[in-house]
Design a protein around this ligand. Structure first.
Ligand code: FES
Ligand code: FES
Length: 156
């Protein structure tokens, strides 16, 4: 049975009618047409679907909408509303994307971590990215970009 839920996504409030068990990922991609968040494994294993909920990185594929009523969600589209995000720019500079499928989730995870604690090191972040998989083997170049992002944050 469909229920009504309220979600704020990238600063915009939405009233959604949905089955309670529908994953947030489906709501984002199908209802709100925000296709930047990717469907990878669909089972909480790969991290491609990572978004930020009230400051915390979560896997949107295994987060049912009933559990996030009235929450604030940030997706990859939300971080570039005022132009390209510095981390995105650095990932391009480092040519870190092969297929790029993992990057939306990785960017959101790194943003959540560094917004919460800007003193984290690149090693800390590498550990926390353990569940965000990159099947193209771009991890080193991704971490190079993250390192430059951290260096830029600390010099600001
Ligand atoms: S698609 Fe969500 S963890 Fe893989
Ligand atoms: S660049 Fe292809 S999965 Fe990471």
């Amino acid at each position: 049975m469909a229920n009504k839920y309220s979600l704020t996504v990238n600063g915009q409030k939405h009233e959604i009618e949905s089955d309670p068990d529908t994953p947030l990922l489906y709501i984002l991609r199908n209802d709100l047409k925000l296709k930047g968040t990717k469907f990878g494994c669909g089972g909480g294993v790969c991290g491609a679907c990572t978004v930020i909920m009230d400051g915390l990185a979560i896997f949107s594929c295994d987060t049912p909408i009933w559990s996030i009523d009235d929450k604030k969600i940030e997706t990859i589209e939300g971080i570039s509303q005022d132009g390209i995000h510095p981390l995105q720019e650095l990932l391009i500079d480092e040519q870190a994307g092969q297929c790029g499928y993992c990057l939306s989730g990785i960017i959101m995870k790194v943003k959540a971590i560094t917004d919460d604690d800007p003193t984290k090191s690149v090693d800390d972040i590498a550990n926390e990215l353990d569940r965000n998989l990159c099947r193209c083997g771009s991890q080193l170049r991704i971490l190079n970009a993250v390192k430059k992002y951290l260096d830029g944050k600390s010099s600001r």
